[in-house]
Design a protein around this ligand. Structure first.
Ligand SMILES: NC(=O)c1ccc[n+]([C@@H]2O[C@H](COP(=O)([O-])OP(=O)(O)OC[C@H]3O[C@@H](n4cnc5c(N)ncnc54)[C@H](OP(=O)(O)O)[C@@H]3O)[C@@H](O)[C@H]2O)c1
Length: 132
């Protein structure tokens, strides 16, 4: 019974993302990269964003089903171009995963050792844009 339930969840998981349009900020490394690969494997239509062009190009060569966009989501001027490219590539957006950040090396510093400027820097890569 438990095995059947796990199998059913797995089957549902495999189809739940089919054709869902997802953007992942910071998709070339770490958690973002793992998300891009997993979502593509599950049938999602994925656009990802990162600043280093060579890494964006490397991933789009590896996963030709992904749409890679080079840009800095913390820079207001870049966000318009990123949004237009995302909409052009995916035809709209269903899910935005705000993964990119600049928290610094892992493990993060203890809260007591983190100052306001560090928090502000970590918050900047949040990608806020209207998709309508
Ligand atoms: N790893 C952990 O243990 C841990 C713990 C707590 C929270 N987190 C959070 O989880 C998220 C992912 O962490 P991670 O360790 O997987 O990070 P990571 O390996 O350092 O990857 C960061 C990704 O974000 C991109 N990126 C960074 N700043 C960007 C910007 N301004 N615009 C566009 N892309 C940007 C990087 O590519 P480019 O450099 O080419 O832009 C890269 O693809 C982060 O938000 C992090 O704060 C992680």
């Amino acid at each position: 019974m438990a095995n059947e339930s796990v199998e059913m969840n797995n089957r549902q998981g495999l189809t739940a993302w089919k054709n869902i349009r997802v953007a992942v900020t910071g998709g070339t490394s770490g958690l973002g990269l793992a998300l891009v690969r997993m979502l593509l494997d599950q049938g999602a239509r994925v656009g990802f964003i990162a600043r280093k062009r060579d890494r964006v190009e490397r991933l789009t060569c590896e996963r030709t089903d992904a749409r890679g966009i080079t840009g800095d989501v913390s820079q207001k001027d870049d966000t318009y171009s990123i949004a237009i490219q995302l909409l052009g590539e995916l035809g709209g957006l269903d899910v935005l995963i705000n993964n990119a950040s600049s928290l610094g090396p892992v493990p993060p510093a203890p809260l007591a050792d983190t100052n306001c400027e560090d928090f502000e820097r970590a918050r900047q890569p949040m990608f806020w844009v209207r998709f309508d």
